[in-house]
Design a binder for this molecule. Structure first.
Ligand SMILES: Nc1ncnc2c1ncn2[C@@H]1O[C@H](COP(=O)(O)OP(=O)(O)O)[C@@H](O)[C@H]1O
Ligand SMILES: [Mg+2]
Length: 258
């Protein structure tokens, strides 16, 4: 009996059912003491295993999404950024925008929380096991350009089109050369109305001609991006430098009181 118990534990482990393997002894004890019946025990043990598998799958999706940091909505202080409509942002976690193939564009100066919120939405999607990928515009361009040189641009664009949610961070941080601008257009055109893209940018949309070096191309990109989209303009202070300026204000106040 004892011997077969150990064999059963090993079998569960070999089958990859580690939660059952770990908890079997405790449950057999419950059953022997009459604290639980066999059916309930089987149900609870299998539920534990299912929960663990779901958690692992969720964590794997979050891991492959390549987020710069793992910050979620709970980590965001909405009171610091009153220009943001909190309900509108929190609503994105239910992923309706993905079903509708809508895009989200965060516009704002550095430090206002664009990347944080884009990441929070991405994590919400990845946790629902939506195929999600985060990339900076700069890295995206490097990858597309390399693919073009290696004669596999089509494959690379298809690769980026496979993600149901693609987050392109820091569009407009650096102006793009003609080749990059065209590659960016190709990718956006291919994803248009098929899957959602989140963009963060520090440049107001009316100035996108400066990013792509060409107003016609910038308009063609914006036309597709904005057709079904949510544009979130964040107007406010940088969270990165808030302590420096708060400290300075306190210092100034102290000086004026003196
Ligand atoms: N309202 C906020 N509440 C909490 N943390 C914030 C807030 N806004 C920004 N941050 C934090 O400040 C840093 C800069 O924000 P980030 O989203 O990266 O800025 P950017 O708008 O330049 O993309 C990050 O560490 C981010 O988590
Ligand atoms: Mg950013």
């Amino acid at each position: 009996m004892e011997n077969n118990f150990n064999k059963a534990v090993n079998n569960f482990s070999d089958l990859g059912l580690h939660k059952i393997s770990e908890n079997l002894a405790a449950y057999i004890d419950f059953i022997n003491k009459g604290e639980k019946n066999v059916v309930d025990s089987l149900y609870e043990l299998t539920q534990m295993e299912i929960k663990l598998k779901a958690e692992r799958a969720m964590n794997a999706c979050v891991k492959v999404a390549n987020f710069p940091y793992l910050k979620e909505f709970n980590d965001f202080d909405f009171s610091f950024q009153p220009s943001i409509n909190k309900e509108q942002i929190l609503d994105f976690q239910y992923l309706k925008f993905l079903e509708n193939k809508e895009n989200i564009v965060f516009v704002g100066s550095p430090g206002v929380g664009k990347t944080h919120l884009a990441t929070s939405i991405g994590i919400a999607a990845a946790k629902q096991r939506v195929c999600t990928y985060f990339i900076s515009c700069n890295d995206l361009m490097l990858q597309l350009k390399r693919a073009r040189i290696e004669n596999r641009l089509d494959q690379k664009i298809k690769f980026f089109c496979r993600y149901k949610l693609l987050i392109i961070d820091e569009v407009g941080f650096l102006p793009l050369d003609v080749e990059s601008s065209n590659l960016f257009f190709q990718l956006i055109a291919k994803r248009y109305e098929k899957s959602s893209t989140i963009i963060t940018t520090n440049k107001s949309l009316s100035k996108w001609g400066e990013i792509f070096g060409d107003n016609v191309l910038a308009n063609a990109i914006l036309d597709r991006l904005l057709h079904h989209s949510h544009v979130i303009n964040i107007v406010g202070r940088s969270y990165r430098t808030k302590d420096i300026f708060d400290a300075k204000e306190e210092g100034d106040a102290g000086l004026s009181n003196a």
